[in-house]
Design a protein. Structure first.
Length: 440
């Protein structure tokens, strides 16, 4: 006789007639301008402040201890003031060109010529060929054109041009730009190719932000985070191998970074088990709360999920799960100096530039003594989608309060908890599996 199967306990969203703990503040959770208390530094140990695990009224562990909204506040200071200054992101590379110095060609205006390799050797692309033609690669940074997202090397007769790629066939002075220029008629011709981002790609797409030339026979290797095009530019019988390397980074627009602050929290007061650490907003937005100017037709940005762990002096851990997202920011709140920095005002006549939108980065986060990261990701994603859609019958605060207070912790008697967030969204909580690794 088989023992009866245990069924998952089903938790439904609270009905309208049922009263739940109210979220502090009358404004919607993700609405800008919401505020919440912050615990002073003398009340928290700064390393998580963990003193124990919060328990519910029936003695079971509490699933989630805090819900936090982090982002730009009135008290936020620029990251350059009082903190290590972040490196300003390089503008993406918008154009590449080849010039022939032996023909008297000069570097085009706005371009930078790669004269040497990493260790100071000549970066002549025709090095080693039986020719007096000295060719160099140049590049130009800018945002007025779509950035380059890939570079390559094409050997004529051997390789097929990839879809979306273009060949540098001529120099800016209309001379042939194949690498083996000046050689014999039987010399294999080699071209440098590039691929440009499309109009429909996201605003924060990966783009080429740096280029270099290396000679492995001279002991040179690609710099950290650089991609090496694994095709030798030197197709001759003499001379060292020459390789093209490039770096890809986020092609973000102009941004201002500020210290992330606490916008709102629930519950509003610290629990007896442990106080809300004042460093949580920094973990939610480690690169700061930014204000960015985007092209008006930029593609919608999806939220980014991340996790972190806070450790107390006693060794107890608190697990954090957060998602970062962008939302519109009122440009009327910006000063003229900020608008100039973001490219929202013309430099000469101070006219507003309306072809750009202003966005700010925020984060929502939950803190727990239990690493249910998959469950927390689904819940935070639901809260985010709920906040940008609507109108809804239930306010968003009821869903948050219900998740913190009314969702039971899995136990041997009820090892699976099915949480019904909405008619279309649910998540499953399962009892933690015993592990030889210490989780808390």
């Amino acid at each position: 006789v088989r023992p009866p199967r245990r069924q998952a306990v089903r938790c439904r969203p609270p009905p309208l007639s049922r009263r739940t703990a109210a979220f502090p503040g009358k404004r919607p959770l993700v609405e800008s301008g919401a505020s919440g208390k912050r615990r002073s530094s003398d009340q928290s140990d700064g390393a998580g402040g963990v003193a124990g695990v919060a328990m519910t009224e029936d003695g079971a562990p509490q699933l989630v201890d805090y819900f936090v909204v982090a982002g730009l506040t009135n008290a936020s200071k620029p990251l350059e003031e009082g903190t290590p200054k972040l490196a300003r992101p390089l503008e993406p590379i918008a154009d590449v060109a080849i010039i022939i110095r032996s023909e008297g060609e000069e570097v085009p205006q706005g371009f930078t010529c790669i004269e040497t390799t990493l260790t100071g050797h000549s970066a002549d692309l025709n090095c080693g060929l039986l020719t007096t033609s000295r060719m160099f690669l140049c590049y130009r940074r800018g945002r007025e054109k779509l950035p380059l997202i890939d570079l390559g090397v094409l050997c004529e007769g051997k390789d097929r041009l990839k879809a979306g790629c273009n060949i540098i066939e001529t120099t800016p002075y209309s001379r042939a730009a194949h690498i083996s220029g000046g050689g014999t008629s039987l010399q294999q011709r080699t071209f440098i190719t590039y691929r440009r981002a499309s109009e429909c790609q996201a605003h924060s797409t990966l783009a080429v932000t740096d280029i270099c030339i290396i000679m492995p026979s001279k002991g040179e290797a690609p710099p950290h985070t650089f991609c090496k095009v694994d095709k030798n530019l030197n197709t001759g019988m003499w001379g060292p191998g020459i390789y093209l390397c490039y770096k890809k980074s986020m092609a973000k627009g102009t941004a201002l970074a500020y210290e992330a602050g606490l916008i709102s929290r629930y519950p509003d007061t610290d629990s007896e088990s442990f106080a809300l650490p004042h460093t949580v907003p920094v973990f939610c937005l480690p690169m700061g709360a930014t204000i960015e100017s985007w092209p008006a037709d930029s593609k919608y940005q999806l939220p980014v999920f991340s996790t972190f762990v806070l450790t107390a002096g006693s060794g107890e851990k608190v697990y954090g799960a957060a998602i970062q997202f962008y939302e519109s920011y009122d440009r009327d709140k910006l000063s003229d100096k900020q608008r100039l920095s973001l490219g929202l005002l013309s430099v000469i006549d101070r006219r507003p530039i309306l072809t750009k939108s202003v966005q700010t980065k925020r984060s929502i986060c939950v803190l727990s003594h239990w690493p249910f990261f998959d469950v927390f990701q689904k819940f935070l994603t639901f809260v985010y989608r709920y906040s940008i859609s609507g109108p809804h019958v239930l306010p968003i605060e009821k869903h948050i309060s219900n998740f913190l207070h009314n969702v039971p912790f899995p136990s041997p008697q009820r090892p699976r908890i099915l949480v019904q967030l909405s008619p279309y969204d649910n998540l499953l909580l399962c009892q933690p599996v015993s592990s030889p690794l210490l989780l808390r």
